[in-house]
Design a protein around this ligand. Sequence first.
Ligand SMILES: [Zn+2]
Ligand SMILES: [Zn+2]
Length: 216
Amino acid sequence: MTTAEAINTLYYDDMDILHMYNWRFFTPEKRDRDDTPQRQKQYHTYYAPMNIERWFIPLFKSVELVPKSSKTVARSQIKCASCEICSYHLGLESPDLSPPFQDMYICDVCNRTYHWQCLLKTSCCNATEREAIDGNDLWACPACINLNQNEEESRIHFQKREIVEVSWNPTWEPEELQNMCESFKQSLKNYEEQITTLNLSQPASDEHLNDLQKQG
Ligand SMILES: [Zn+2]
Ligand SMILES: [Zn+2]
């Protein structure tokens, strides 16, 4: 699996494109004798900010998706914080699915989230413990309850840095990405409609690109 495939597998649903601002023809460097470089049509693509695991940043950089800025976010506060046991998201309340999807506990050590019903079903907790859990300021999840003090402190320290919200510098993406990425396909369609309307169908001049890159 390539780095790009790994990113696509793990973050496919999270990678939203805000807009495109330009396009160009680009000829990649020739790699070997059999590989004739193909001229690509590329679009200057602005991805929406997203939450990722901090350890993933170098992998994004390796495919030239470079953070413009980043800030840490608590795992339990991210939009799709899910139950560690059933993997359903915090806010999921489809009428077809039986509740509860919001009755959740947040571990004070690792900051991961758990449905109370899932804790009961897996016998990680029993119903009589609930009052004590609610009355106590600190709750450690099944994964954290048996840690010694040092381990607990290091996990608390780690979880505070674990997730980051990043905004990205724009990238030049090949037209073919639309075959893999629905968000790209939609943005490309919007962009093409826009340039048809504005009659801006000339490729970007170098000067124009430099200005854009400075802005980015
Ligand atoms: Zn659950
Ligand atoms: Zn925990």
